[in-house]
Write a protein that binds this ligand. Structure first.
Ligand code: PGA
Length: 253
């Protein structure tokens, strides 16, 4: 079975003290991960080492950075490189979140570079894609998402994409309390898998974990994750509440 992943995206929230308290509460809440399941914590850069240490020895639990820069090293004040993240044993990097595409003008080409730098450094990207409301209203979301995948991932080899992680996050569902319906999520996830299958073959496509993101909550995670092509979720708001995220982890297939 391909990996089923509950990934928290804390975004720019929580002080270190609040982050520690949240993680302590979560670790005290019983949750069981099967071999095929993972919990991933996408935490702000300053807390990565600390949270990684807290999770030491825990099975199938990992940390993610929320971004990295698209250059290897050098005079880029304030930026963080993939190599730096690797050097502190970060596992995953969330790339191409719609907030970064929108507020920081991240282009397809920049994201392709970031993916390359992560892979070169042995970091696993969680590559985000997803359409804005206007595209959904025009019913052109399939072509829109296909183009995001093509422009930032299709230069990779089949081997590099085996076991890859993609997060589909319809922008109109992020932080809005408006979740895609189970059918809308399944339809797009199946489309993403078929796009990858067309380019790389069925075996590669079937190995890719496709997470759903956008107002995943404790009370809807189970039904969304139950869809055949939904392999877990990338969770913002609800990942800031220990009890809720524990339920979401326990909702994995
Ligand atoms: P949300 O955010 O769960 O708060 O909608 C999801 C995301 O942006 O990753």
């Amino acid at each position: 079975m391909r990996k089923q992943i509950a990934a928290a995206n804390w975004k720019m929230n929580l002080t270190l003290q609040q982050a520690n308290a949240l993680m302590d509460e979560l670790l005290a809440t019983p949750h069981q991960l099967k071999d095929s399941q993972e919990a991933v914590f996408g935490v702000p850069f300053p807390y990565l080492i600390n949270i990684k240490n807290k999770l030491a020895g825990k099975k199938n639990v990992f940390v993610a950075a929320q971004n990295c820069y698209d250059k290897k090293a050098g005079a880029f004040t304030g930026e963080v490189s993939a190599e730096m993240l690797k050097s502190i044993d970060v596992d995953y990097v969330i790339l191409g979140h719609s907030e970064r595409r929108e507020y920081f003008n991240e282009s397809h080409a920049m994201l392709a570079e970031k993916v390359n730098l992560c892979l070169t450094n042995g970091l696993k990207p969680i590559f985000c894609c997803g359409e804005p409301l206007a595209i959904r209203d025009a019913a052109t979301q399939n072509a829109f998402v296909e183009n995001q995948l093509k422009e930032s991932l299709f230069h990779l080899s089949a081997q590099q994409l085996t076991g890859f992680v993609i997060a589909y996050e319809p922008i109109w569902a992020i932080g809005t309390g408006k979740t895609a319906s189970n059918e809308q999520a399944q339809q797009m996830h199946a489309h993403i898998r078929s796009v990858m299958a067309k380019q790389y073959g069925t075996a590669v496509a079937e190995s890719i974990s496709i997470l759903y993101g956008g107002s995943v909550k404790a009370n809807n995670a189970k039904e969304i994750f139950a869809q055949p092509d939904v392999d877990g979720g990338l969770v913002g708001g609800a990942s800031l509440v220990a009890a809720d995220f524990a339920v979401i982890i326990n909702s994995l297939k």
